[in-house]
Write a protein that binds this ligand. Structure first.
Ligand code: SF4
Length: 235
């Protein structure tokens, strides 16, 4: 079932107004899903201006994140006075290795992402009606048509992308203006940061996500590709 929901035209709206609409529409049934990249941190800062009661903040913790990312999560928790929920895979790394062989991400990153990101997202969103994410149209050609609000049948939720038409420069201008914490890897040519096993720095002129799964021609983990199955039985 493809659900729709009425909302204002967001093409010229400020992200904070879109977040306010999300909060007023869904309240506590809206979660913030973030990997603590700059747009996610700006999301938290804007929400803090909207409500003293921050919505639940979830992160997909594959067990393979950079140490710098775990440190950033702690810094953000302290800065905003919140507790981040780590959504973890049901398949431990050892179980994954026993089932598929060691270093699955080197041979079959789609299956690895499926178990470590896509399935956990479904579990994490089970009690929510909506979630916000920092997906932007300028991040890759595949994200160029990102809508502000879309129905995700796989998780039975509305996905809200308040920053869909913001640029990388706009996000960083905000981060610097408010002196917000951010992942130090961004200062080492890592514009997009995922698992340490699948993330490389990029060269000037590359899209921000070209450092992700660089040897596989893969640009998405699957949580934002609504055509990717989210069921545990697949693959
Ligand atoms: S980003 Fe790499 S290591 Fe992380 S879940 Fe996906 S394939 Fe596995």
């Amino acid at each position: 079932m493809n659900k729709t929901i009425e909302h204002p035209d967001f093409e010229t709206a400020h992200p904070q107004d879109i977040l306010r609409w999300g909060w007023e529409t869904f309240g506590d049934t809206m979660a913030v899903v973030t990997s603590f990249q700059p747009t996610g941190i700006v999301t938290l800062h804007m929400l803090k201006q909207i409500t003293k009661r921050m919505p639940p903040v979830l992160t997909l913790d594959t067990g393979l994140l950079f140490e710098e990312t775990y440190a950033t999560i702690k810094a953000v928790e302290a800065y905003f006075g919140l507790y981040v929920v780590h959504a973890t895979p049901t398949l431990e790394l050892e179980q994954q290795a026993a089932r598929y062989g060691d270093k699955l991400w080197e041979r079959d990153p789609d299956t690895c992402c499926h178990w470590r990101k896509v399935i956990p997202l479904k579990g994490a969103l089970a009690v929510y009606n909506a979630w916000t994410t920092g997906v932007r149209r300028d991040q890759s050609p595949g994200r160029a048509n990102t809508p502000f609000v879309s129905w995700d049948e796989r998780t039975d939720t509305f996905r809200i992308c308040p920053f869909a038409n913001w640029t990388n420069d706009m996000v960083w201008t905000y981060i610097y203006a408010y002196n917000l914490p951010y992942n130090p890897l961004h200062d080492q040519n890592y514009p997009s940061i995922g698992c340490r096993t699948c993330t490389q720095p990029v060269a000037d002129g590359q899209y921000s996500r070209e450092g992700r799964w660089a040897n596989h021609g893969k640009t998405e983990c699957g949580i934002h590709d609504l055509s990717v199955s989210i069921e545990p039985s697949n693959p």
